[in-house]
Design a protein around this ligand. Structure first.
Ligand SMILES: Nc1ncnc2c1ncn2[C@@H]1O[C@H](COP(=O)(O)OP(=O)(O)OP(=O)(O)O)[C@@H](O)[C@H]1O
Ligand SMILES: [Mg+2]
Length: 252
């Protein structure tokens, strides 16, 4: 049984898409560093991160708890701007961009699955799923059809009018994944997207990601699971803020 369809493809208005030549890597980081000032002193969380991700890759970031995986993903998703170094996204110099420009890039190109879900508390499941579409140039009737289709594919029709606090952790995680993929972003960033799911549901999410990836979506996931990592083409290992290993392609 396949729960998921990837046929709903809202069209983007070319006027909304920042013009950039799509040659070379989708992501290119050079000497990126993240430091927290704490009462105990400076705490280095990311150290001289230099990494390229090509369009169409499916990368898994692995490493022990506290290694800096979520921190790196938040920077990749342009949700954090307190770092130093160089970060190019689709030819755009993120390091030189204003907050507003970063938010625009995020909304246009990125779907993010948060480790702690981060659904909007005072919106229903249906309304949460509509948010990414509302950023796009998609007609209301088309949006409604895409949301209805997605609710169906994720088995959430019966929950559509509930608020996040009325859902189980696993159900919130499913809505989080649905929200990240619904507008067919160029890049999906997923932080432990199956951590709270039953293994068969987890496998279905990985199969959905694989399908989207085969259709051209670039995916970067954080995972502790070797099984999930095997769905990707490359593993980046992070330890104490350093990239300590990179292996792949895992599959041809
Ligand atoms: N606001 C903050 N102030 C100080 N240190 C912080 C802050 N936020 C995160 N850190 C530190 O940054 C480090 C990396 O945290 P991060 O959440 O990126 O780890 P992670 O690899 O995602 O771990 P996990 O697998 O447990 O999710 C941790 O040591 C954490 O204590
Ligand atoms: Mg984390």
């Amino acid at each position: 049984m396949s729960l998921f369809s990837t046929k709903a493809t809202p069209r983007l208005d070319p006027r909304d898409v920042p013009v950039a030549p799509m040659v070379g890597p989708l992501i290119s980081m050079r000497n990126l560093e993240k430091v927290f000032e704490t009462p105990a002193g400076r705490s280095y969380v990311l150290r001289r991160i230099s990494v390229d991700v090509q369009p169409g890759e499916f990368v898994s970031i692995m490493g022990p708890s506290g290694a800096g995986k979520s921190t790196l993903l938040a920077i990749l998703g342009m949700l954090d701007s307190a770092w130093s170094g160089e970060f190019m996204f689709a030819g755009h110099p993120v390091h030189a961009m204003s907050h507003k420009q970063r938010v625009a890039l995020n909304k246009e190109h990125i779907g993010f699955v948060f480790q702690q879900y981060h659904l909007i508390d005072d919106l229903t499941v249906l309304e949460n799923l509509d948010i990414p579409l509302s950023y796009r140039n998609v007609k209301k009737s088309e949006r409604e059809a895409i949301v209805a289709d997605t609710l169906d594919r994720f088995g959430m029709v019966g929950k559509k009018d509930l608020y996040p606090r009325q859902l189980s952790g696993g159900q919130q995680q499913l809505v989080g994944v649905a929200r990240a993929v619904i507008a067919r972003p160029k890049l999906i960033l997923a932080d432990e997207p199956t951590g709270n799911l039953h293994s068969s549901q987890g496998r279905e999410i990985m199969e959905l990601f694989k399908k989207l990836n085969n259709e051209g979506t670039t995916i970067i996931q954080v995972t502790h699971s070797e099984t999930n990592a095997q769905f990707g083409n490359r593993i980046i290992e992070l330890r104490d803020g350093w990239i300590t290993g990179s292996e792949g392609p895992v599959t041809a």
